[in-house]
Design a protein around this ligand. Structure first.
Ligand SMILES: NC(=O)c1ccc[n+]([C@@H]2O[C@H](COP(=O)([O-])OP(=O)(O)OC[C@H]3O[C@@H](n4cnc5c(N)ncnc54)[C@H](OP(=O)(O)O)[C@@H]3O)[C@@H](O)[C@H]2O)c1
Length: 352
């Protein structure tokens, strides 16, 4: 029996996790949290908003599935890593914003950090049991989102509804917009850097429009291993919740009887500047990734509320990154300050 605390239970990842937990008697939901929606009775312990570490203190779970969206997920990530409680991490924003602090907490706690992001779960599986010196580089794949192939001019007037129509994945609104701008792939590059300890120049992004190939690892002998499957988050969620058992899921294995064509293309970094901005923020280190994430959260919210044009998301992030000092945070307090300052600058940039 493995006890689970599910944070973000009402979201896209949260609902799929509930389905999987319900189907696996060896998984027991002991606590659930949401941001604002009522979840009475969903689990023995529930909490709506507030400090989620209070819920975790009471629940003492074996596994924390952090499926909260945004920087708000950070205290729960640190709670699990510090205590050596297995962390199934969907909330990529916390690792991007607080990578160094999170890894230090994990070193102290000594527990497992299992990625739920599909690309990172795929990479984790390709890398498992390999010596770091055998690995040449990591390739993260992306669908390219709903606007792949468009020019900048064609993106000037896109409405939130268009950005929310993702071609291959059904997800919450924030990550869906991030997929349309390629900010999501940028966050994932930083996430991969912290998860796998690879320098940025050895993490590449390639587009694979049908999202069948989730990641590839290149090895020094010229071989590459890839992870393939239909795009369905229940696979990486189940992998993380039941690791290392690889429990069954309702997702079918790939069917080749009708043929299967896989096409790859490089991302268009000029039309979608957030990918390169994220990479640059990662390379600069310090609190630049935190500022990238904060500014992006502010800009995406403004876009979804109709206050900012689509192309304004990238310009808001770019302006914010040009203004922050990016100095490394020595503790959570300094990181929260860096996040707050970047949000303040981004709010100003997004109305300018
Ligand atoms: N969806 C995917 O397929 C997918 C794939 C890879 C990675 N991820 C990552 O997984 C995370 C969740 O994504 P999602 O698509 O599931 O998002 P979502 O559908 O928008 O759900 C977000 C969840 O977070 C909760 N929440 C928001 N603010 C909170 C707070 N302050 N305290 C506690 N709970 C809070 C929401 O509760 P309310 O409903 O009450 O607001 C909701 O349950 C994101 O970091 C995303 O990048 C998602």
């Amino acid at each position: 029996m493995r006890t689970i605390a599910l944070l973000g239970a009402t979201g896209s990842i949260g609902r799929q996790a509930l389905e999987l937990i319900g189907a696996h008697p060896e998984l027991e939901l002991v606590a659930a949290a949401s941001g604002s929606q009522p979840i009475d009775g969903l689990a023995p312990l529930t909490q709506v908003g507030g400090d989620l570490t209070e819920l975790l203190d009471r629940a003492e779970p074996d596994v924390v599935l952090n499926a909260v969206v945004g920087f708000a997920g950070l205290p729960a990530t640190l709670w699990a890593l510090e205590r050596g409680v297995t962390l199934a991490l969907a909330n990529k924003e916390s690792l991007v914003a607080a990578g160094e602090l999170a890894l230090a907490a994990q070193r102290r706690g000594g527990g497992l950090l299992l990625p739920v992001d599909s690309e990172h779960s795929a990479a984790f599986q390709c890398l498992e049991g390999r010596s770091p010196e055998h690995v040449d580089s990591l390739v993260l794949t992306g669908s390219g989102g709903p606007f792949r192939g468009r020019s900048r001019d064609e993106l000037e007037d896109v409405a939130p509804e268009e950005a929310l129509a993702h071609p291959t994945w059904s997800m919450g609104p924030k990550i869906t917009v991030d997929s349309a701008t390629l900010a999501n792939k940028g966050l994932e590059v930083i996430e991969a850097h912290f998860l796998f300890g690879l320098p940025y120049e050895r993490i590449e992004v390639v587009l694979q429009p049908t999202s069948v190939v989730h990641a590839l690892v290149r090895f020094r002998d010229g071989a590459s291993l890839a992870h393939l499957g239909y795009p369905d988050m229940r696979v990486p969620i189940a992998f993380a919740l039941t690791y290392p058992e690889r429990a069954a899921t309702p997702v079918p294995a790939l069917d080749f009887s009708q043929g299967l064509v896989l096409e790859f293309e490089p991302p268009d970094l000029d039309t979608f500047p957030l990918l390169a901005l994220a990479r640059r923020a990662g390379e600069r280190g310090g609190t630049y990734p935190c500022a990238f994430n904060a500014a992006n959260e502010v800009a995406v919210a403004a876009f979804l509320e109709g206050r900012l044009p689509f192309l304004g998301i990238a310009s808001t992030v770019e302006e914010t990154l040009a203004e922050v000092d990016g100095a490394a945070a020595r503790d959570l307090h300094e990181l929260v300050e860096a996040d707050r300052e970047a949000r303040r600058l981004a709010e100003r940039a997004s109305v300018a």
